[in-house]
Design a protein around this ligand. Structure first.
Ligand code: MIG
Length: 849
């Protein structure tokens, strides 16, 4: 087209490369995604190591990386220590629609006058299709014309690719050559199918590729509708100086081509060079931030329903948990709690005294979460509406009027969260004095923020709606929910004068949403297939940087049979965000409604969760500080073991627990892969060493799901569950020390007040390490900078896989005398249990066996 494009390539600190392509002189600025990168990345100098006609080779300072740029055809090859990892545009699919004046404005100029005259009719017709488009009865007028961008990447030696949530799909991304591309376009699809490549609710344009010696990532920073095509094939190995004999022996090596296409914006892509999976997570976090550290209560169990009807209902459900001795932390109110879907208000007939209700919950050491959606009922008497209207805070339609759509309240306008001023104002709505009836135990749930617009094209906002700074909705679509959660989290922080951690659950998300709270997978269905697919879906979200994720336990739509509900609780108890939720039309399903036996099993599952919280909280601290996903596909822990690369029916929780949910009806046994021939695995409940690693057939009953602890790890637990996390503050700890082949184990415990930012500002935390080595278990400090006062003790230690009955066990802490420890040794399981330890969790001590 002769329109000049400008290419920028740079190396970013920490093994990241960035490629940007924009028009050198566009008619108007093209959209560049703001607010997702946490800071302008620090670039590193690249050196020119070769330059000749049409070829430019750049090397990194340490010479580890080389970028070879060729001019014709334009291609870039990225090598790491001589190994080609990634090449760009090798299939020539770079595509860049430059901005043009609208057809009506175009004046034929000198030389093309004649051509223009003869082709003008045809051209106009063709152009028209690019300047407006019909979708059913909806007309999308593209005020700035066509502006799509696209490019292909070849991943050399890779045939396993992951990421780009959210789809109801398998963990391993599939070849899309003969079907739909993976679509990234946030949509509210009620009753969505499983195994579909249409996007649902949220998008993170991050793709990871893995092979035994390397993990790499491609982060395509674009918030418009995006398609990703994937094609994996085997190609002849590339050997520069090949002899005839070598050619004969030539191996086929895998290659994955990934083609990204976006409706608008620029090409801005980050190549995360790993080389390990954990390096890749750090690189992505360096760009988009890490998981916010959740308040401890939010890792407990959440009880939700559309809807808990009124204050009496809330109290009764709350009391039901105590009556049935089931721990829970939070009860949720859906849209029916409001005055006719006016968010930030209460239906005063059903909730006469919301503060009193919250005081009641507070006394029970529990919390409340209420829903706050982004659409605002058109009603001049509704202050939120009239203020936003006056201030011009709503998204506009293409004619400059407030965009109107239908949603729960009927005709509604949509707050323009892309504007910093709107976000500030919105955040202020959460101030206690503004949000009447709210207290500091109230937290927030953002729903419908794709945004969902009933009777809109694909049930969302028109692409030609107009946002802050005149950007069309098409540019910012996938960012809308990200911004709402950002503003909400900010509001909750601000109402506490910066002291308390927020909790905000969002349905729509984008790269970086991890900084603002939790996400869930939306409206799943109460069927076995949805329980099964929830595992790869959550793993994919976790890989994309969002550790705090979960799926509606029980399945939102429909009524689960009791067995499915039980299995879902057992799975959810070992997943990051754990909430039971159900649709308006679904029957009530509080955990005690399915007979004594099922109540007992669900109670046990939830208690297991509560007992495990010290471990889970520590994992979240690792996610927060080191970008390690809480819930992990097996291949991350076993990067060299090809048999793990496609596993999605089980997963690791941290590095120590392997969880295999039961997702089949009436299962009598499940086939579990315990990877690593050199690993030792222990049954987490029976505390017994598994005979052999590998694929095992494990008998199951309805009582629980298979969970295993990996040898070489120490897991901190509480000795028992309580009514909620706050009731458990003083309960003592128990350590499960699982020995590896060297009779060694190591693990950590992080703890703090569980709710404030003091861990950050005042360094009020404890970060402890437990090491088992040469028959000595020692407790030491991992981070000397942290201090936290607690009287909590380690009460019990169980050493799994301990070779023989010891004769004598002693414990000694720094300034105390040695004391003898009471122990029992189970010769059948080889588990050694040390009791009545009373060793302060805050102190250095040793136990000698
Ligand atoms: O489509 O607020 O995904 O969790 O209960 C219904 C009512 C709208 C969708 C959410 C669901 C919530 C429901 N909302």
């Amino acid at each position: 087209s002769q329109v000049l494009l400008q290419v920028e390539i740079c190396e970013i600190e920490g093994n990241i490369f960035r490629l940007k392509i924009d028009e050198a002189a566009p008619l108007r600025a093209r959209y560049k995604v703001p607010d997702v990168l946490i800071k302008e990345p620090t670039t590193q100098r690249l050196f020119i190591s070769q330059k000749e006609a049409g070829i430019l080779v750049l090397s990194s300072v340490n010479k580890d990386y080389k970028l070879q740029v060729t001019a014709d055809p334009f291609q870039i090859e990225l090598q790491s220590k001589g190994e080609t990892v990634l090449s760009m545009n090798s299939n020539g699919l770079l595509y860049f629609e430059h901005l043009q004046p609208p057809p009506s404005d175009r004046r034929p100029t000198g030389e093309n006058k004649e051509a223009a005259a003869s082709d003008s009719f045809k051209e106009k017709q063709e152009d028209l299709g690019l300047w407006q488009e019909k979708f059913g009865s909806f007309l999308d007028i593209k005020a700035h014309g066509p502006s799509s961008v696209g490019m292909d990447f070849s991943l050399h030696g890779f045939d396993h690719v992951y990421g780009i949530p959210q789809h109801t799909e398998a963990l391993l991304l599939k070849n899309t050559s003969d079907g739909d591309a993976y679509r990234l376009y946030n949509l509210d699809i009620f009753g969505h199918k499983i195994h579909d490549k249409i996007g649902v609710y949220g998008s993170v344009p991050l793709l990871l590729a893995h092979k035994p010696n390397r993990t790499s990532g491609i982060f395509w920073l674009n918030s418009s509708e995006t398609l990703v095509d994937i094609s994996t094939k085997a190609v002849a190995e590339h050997m520069p100086s090949r002899t005839a004999a070598e050619t004969a022996k030539q191996r086929a090596v895998p290659l994955t081509d990934v083609r990204w296409m976006s409706e608008s914006g620029i090409i801005d892509v980050f190549m995360l060079m790993g080389p390990t999976a954990f390096d890749t997570f750090k690189q992505f976090a360096q760009l988009t931030g890490t998981q916010a550290l959740p308040p401890l209560f939010s890792l407990g169990y959440h009880q939700c329903r559309w809807n808990y009807e009124d204050e009496q209902d809330v109290m009764a459900v709350d009391a039901g948990f105590d009556e049935h001795d089931i721990p829970y932390d939070v009860i949720w109110l859906d849209i029916e709690h409001t005055d006719d879907k006016r968010y930030f208000t209460w239906d005063r007939k059903k909730f006469q005294n919301p503060r009193k209700m919250q005081e009641h919950l507070r006394k029970k050491k529990r919390k409340l979460v209420v829903i706050v959606d982004p659409h605002i009922k058109i009603d001049p008497t509704y202050t939120l509406y009239s203020q936003a209207k006056d201030k011009g805070y709503f998204v506009k339609d293409r004619n400059g009027q407030d965009f109107e759509g239908i949603c729960w309240p009927g005709s509604s306008c949509y707050l323009d969260f892309t504007s910093p001023e709107v976000r500030r104002w919105y955040a202020d709505q959460f101030a206690f004095k503004t949000y009447k009836g709210s207290t500091n135990i109230l937290f927030v749930w953002n729903d419908m923020n794709e945004p969902s617009v009933f009777k809109g094209a694909e049930l969302t906002m028109q692409k030609d709606a107009v946002h802050y700074n005149n950007w069309e909705h098409r540019e910012v679509h996938n960012l809308y929910g990200f911004y709402q959660q950002m503003a909400t989290a900010e509001g909750l922080i601000r109402r506490s004068s910066g002291k308390e951690r927020p909790f905000v659950l969002t349905r729509s998300f984008f790269a970086g949403s991890q900084k603002y709270g939790a996400v869930w997978t939306g409206d799943n269905t109460a069927e076995w297939g949805y329980l099964k697919i929830s595992i790869p879906m959550l793993l994919t979200i976790s890989l994309a940087g969002i550790s705090f994720c979960g799926a509606d336990v029980g399945g939102f739509i429909g009524d689960p049979e009791p067995e499915l509900l039980v299995r879902w609780y057992q799975a959810g108890a070992y997943q990051p965000f754990f909430r039971g939720h159900s649709n308006m039309e679904s029957k009530r399903r509080e955990p005690w409604l399915f007979g004594e036996k099922n109540t007992q099993i669900i109670r046990e599952a939830i208690r297991e969760r509560y007992v495990l919280l010290p471990y889970l909280y520590t994992l979240f601290y690792r996610a927060h500080t080191a970008a390690e996903p809480v819930m992990r596909p097996l291949w991350i822990e076993f990067p060299g073991k090809i048999e793990t690369f496609g596993v999605e029916n089980e997963y690791m929780l941290g590095n120590a627990l392997l969880v295999h949910p039961v997702t089949e009806q009436d299962a009598k046994a499940v086939s579990v892969l315990l990877p690593g021939s050199e690993e030792i695995w222990y049954d987490f409940r029976k505390l017994k060493r598994m005979e052999n690693p590998g694929t095992l057939k494990i008998p199951v009953t309805l009582e629980n799901i298979p969970v295993f602890q990996r040898g070489g790890t120490v897991i901190p637990l509480k000795t028992k569950a309580g009514k909620s996390t706050e009731w458990m503050m003083d309960i003592s700890y128990e350590l499960h020390v699982a020995l590896d082949t060297e009779a060694y184990a190591i693990g950590e415990l992080y703890l703090d007040d569980g709710h404030s930012f003091q861990y950050l500002h005042k360094k009020q935390f404890l970060y402890r390490k437990f090491t088992f080595h040469k028959n000595i278990l020692s407790s030491s400090c991992t981070d000397e900078s942290g201090q936290y006062r607690t009287t909590c003790v380690v009460e019990r230690v169980i050493v799994l896989g301990f070779g023989q009955q010891p004769t004598f066990v002693t414990a000694c802490s720094k300034d105390r005398k040695e004391k003898e420890v009471v122990f029992t040794y189970d010769t059948k399981t080889s588990a050694l249990t040390l009791e009545n330890l009373a060793l302060n969790v805050n102190a250095d001590w040793e136990i000698c066996i």
